[in-house]
Write a protein that binds this ligand. Structure first.
Ligand code: ARG
Length: 475
């Protein structure tokens, strides 16, 4: 049934039947609006694989512990496998009256195997069930994010290697500061996305505990084996406190926090691509596959994918805040507020996948215009620091004084309308006698970058070493 199905709304509004799975103490069914606000099937149907896996692990344990007969356990498991095959083949038919994925599966099981289906929910509650399903889902989402980030990092490493010697301006305040290599600039993002991978891995490790068996909130009097279900579902072990098990959504928040930082990093790279692609810069050209045109201006090539990645970073920030606000101040243990966790996480997951795929595609295929980058790197007296450093090294001048002398050279070059390299030996010597022709060795942008060999510096040799080390480290 659809949300907007009038017949269901009418029957419920006129006092339809109480819920068949929890309606024993109710005389009448919920109102149509109650049904609509309460149902989560439209969202949590995405958990169907996890839900069935959780139920299969649970019933295997119930059978092993003699809590249900081997016969019933086998019938339930066979029924669950049939449902899995049905959903895989044709999806599920949504029914608002059945609220969520848990009741859909259980109701279908009853249709298939009859009353024995009622034994599946022994020693379990939807509270520990949904916590388990969702953890399984988010754990897999962390692994997916990691794999997608690894792909982006691989693309960045390949381009960095190609451009280990390509010179571009390094900026501070978006003002030309010192020349750097493009490879070095790209490797800065390798560092960021490497940390993001670490955050997803770390979150996945912490959420690797199984809440199943916490039941509604207090545990259960049945002799269950929580270690067995945890192991069957691929968790490192069971959670330790039943109240925490059903009320914790830190795992979802940690996923969103890692997503938020990844999005933030993606947005910075997206922003640089947008700036670099604009005509006054002309540092890059996006291939047709990653550009869009304008319906009125025939000459346009717009970096829409990068702009949308930049925009979606805002959604990730909002997603973390949104779920934090849902969880803030909730008393222990489960409250229905928590049902609203999934819509936020699923949307962030979908957007993150798109953003990482788009960014990987752009990085792999973007054309860098090395000539434009080099020309810009040489502008803005970008080797002024090199001149000051040379005065310190070659002339024994204290750095502060060297800074002042270099400032005068910049002023002279500005007045003459040339770069520092455009001042003659005589003009330089007139500013300070300690500036000899040997200074030429540091005034070019090539000499400047080649000299920055300190650990983590921009020299091409360092960039190559950093790429090799990153390949080793990140695997
Ligand atoms: N659909 C619910 C959710 O996602 C399942 C848990 C329902 N628990 C309850 N006590 N009503 O949160």
């Amino acid at each position: 049934m659809e949300m907007t199905d009038d017949s269901s709304a009418e029957s419920a509004a006129s006092g339809g039947a109480a819920n068949s799975l929890w309606g024993g103490r109710f005389g009448a069914g919920p109102s149509a609006i109650m049904r609509e606000i309460n149902a989560s099937i439209g969202v949590d149907k995405r958990l169907w694989r996890q839900d069935i896996a959780g139920s299969r692990a649970h019933v295997a344990m119930l059978g092993a512990r003699g809590i249900v007969s081997a016969e019933d356990a086998a019938a339930i498991d066979a029924g669950l496998q049939q449902i899995e095959a049905e959903y895989a083949a044709g999806g599920l038919v949504e029914d608002l009256a059945l609220e969520d994925i848990h009741l859909h599966v259980e109701t279908r099981l009853k249709e298939i195997i009859g009353p024995a289906a009622g034994r599946l929910h022994t020693a379990r509650s939807r509270n520990d069930q949904v916590a388990t399903d969702f953890r399984l889902w988010v754990k897999a989402a962390c692994a997916e994010a990691d794999a997608a980030l690894a792909g982006l990092v691989a693309a960045l490493l390949a381009r960095a290697e190609e451009h280990a010697e390509t010179i571009m301006p390094g900026f501070t305040h978006l003002q030309v500061a010192q020349p750097v290599t493009l490879g070095h600039h790209l490797m800065a993002y390798v560092e960021m996305f490497g940390r993001d991978r670490g955050r997803f891995a770390d979150a996945a490790r912490r959420m690797d505990e199984c809440p199943l068996g916490a039941a509604a909130l207090a545990g259960t009097s049945f002799p269950i084996d929580r270690a067995m279900t945890a192991a069957a579902l691929g968790f490192a072990g069971p959670t330790r406190n039943s109240l925490d098990s059903v009320s914790d959504r830190d795992f979802a928040l940690e996923y969103l926090a890692a997503t938020q930082l990844t999005g933030l990093h993606l947005s910075r790279l997206a922003e640089e691509i947008i700036i670099w692609a604009s005509q006054p810069y002309g540092f890059v050209t996006l291939p047709d596959a990653w550009s869009t045109g304008s319906s009125i201006m025939p000459q346009k090539r717009n970096p829409d994918a990068a702009e949308l990645v930049r925009a979606k970073a805002g959604h990730f920030l909002a997603a973390f805040t949104r779920l934090s606000v849902v969880m803030k101040g909730l008393p222990l243990a489960y409250s229905k507020d928590m049902q609203d966790d999934k819509v936020t996480v699923f949307a962030a997951f979908d957007d993150l996948g798109l953003c990482l795929a788009a960014m990987t595609g752009m990085v792999a295929s973007i054309r860098f215009n090395a000539g434009r980058m080099r020309a810009a790197a040489a502008s803005g007296f970008s080797t002024a620091t090199d001149l000051a450093d040379w005065l310190v090294r070659a002339g024994g001048v204290p750095f502060r004084e060297a800074h002042e002398i270099t400032g005068r050279c910049v002023r002279a070059a500005e007045a003459k309308g040339c770069d520092l390299d455009g001042l003659s030996d005589a003009e330089l010597a007139a500013i300070d006698a300690r500036i000899t022709p040997a200074v030429r060795s540091v005034l070019s942008v090539e000499a400047s970058v080649a000299s920055r060999t300190s650990f983590g510096g921009t020299a091409p040799a360092n960039v190559r070493a950093a790429i090799a080390a990153a390949r080793e480290r990140l695997g």
